[in-house]
Write a protein that binds this ligand. Structure first.
Ligand code: PGA
Length: 261
């Protein structure tokens, strides 16, 4: 049975001085049976968020990690540095791809390192608007998955709790969203890509989240799709009211899917 995951991507927002309070408020307002919660603050706020979440069933995640363990990589953070700070990591976010030149090959190396170091990865894929307008969205996502997953052992990734987030780039931070039906079709296409990569029936065990302008008002459209298992939330994840609404809706889906018993 796939979990329902609501992951907050705070991006480059919050400071160590205010992140703890925000995390504590969100945690206290989002307790829903069967809903797995993750908060991904900036690196420098991880310790504050971890401390604030003590005793709460909310995980902390990083938004990125370097592919090497240590060395002359000024400004970077490695997997061993995250020990005790984060148990999840977002990889291949479209902003990392667009602004920091991350390729599928690089994302694959980060994935290997994260899994070897015990971090639970959320691999982000998604097409830009021109690809969707040209009807190429499935091919683009297929190539992203192939480029970062080919040759990896499905069982190892499953054991690491591997999650995929489908985030159409044109929907991120824009207020636009895919339709629930389109997101569901892409989740099916993602699992078909995994099958083509040799995953067999294990493809059905991978949670697929939707991301891109998710709010408490629209999350139900995605969560009512059986192929979608949660959301990666950006802008709305900084707002406790929004997170409360999103997780409450996720709780309904968790109950409907029998995850709460
Ligand atoms: P958004 O961001 O919810 O602000 O669109 C989602 C994301 O980038 O993960």
């Amino acid at each position: 049975m796939r979990p329902i995951v609501i992951a907050a991507n705070w991006k480059m927002n919050t400071t160590p001085a205010d992140a703890g309070d925000l995390a504590r408020t969100i945690a206290s307002r989002t307790r829903e049976p069967g809903v797995t919660r993750v908060i991904c603050p900036p690196f420098v706020s991880l310790a504050a968020v971890r401390d604030a979440l003590e005793g709460e069933d909310v995980a902390t995640g990083a938004q990125n990690v370097h592919q090497e363990l240590a060395g002359a990589y000024t400004g970077e953070v490695s997997v061993p540095m995250l020990a005790g700070l984060a148990t999840w990591v977002i990889l291949g976010h479209s902003e990392r791809r667009a602004y920091f030149g991350e390729t599928d090959e690089l994302v694959g190396k980060k994935l290997d390192r994260a899994v070897a170091g015990g971090l639970r990865p959320i691999l982000c894929v998604g097409e830009v608007l021109a690809d969707r307008e040209a009807g190429r969205e499935t091919q683009v996502v297929d190539a992203q998955l192939k480029g970062s997953l080919e040759g990896r052992d499905p069982a190892t990734l499953l054991a690491a709790g591997f999650v995929i987030a489908y985030e159409p780039v044109w929907a991120i931070g824009t207020g636009l969203t895919a339709s629930g039906a389109d997101a569901s079709a892409m989740a099916d296409a993602i699992r078909a890509s995994l099958v083509a990569l040799g995953w067999g029936s294990a493809a059905e065990d991978v949670p697929v989240l939707y991301g891109g302008s998710v709010t408490s008002a629209n999350v139900g459209e995605f969560l009512s799709e059986p192929a979608i298992d949660g959301a990666l939330v950006g802008g709305a994840s900084l707002k406790p009211d929004e997170m409360a609404g999103i997780c409450a809706r996720a709780g309904i889906t968790a109950a409907a899917r029998g995850l709460t018993s």
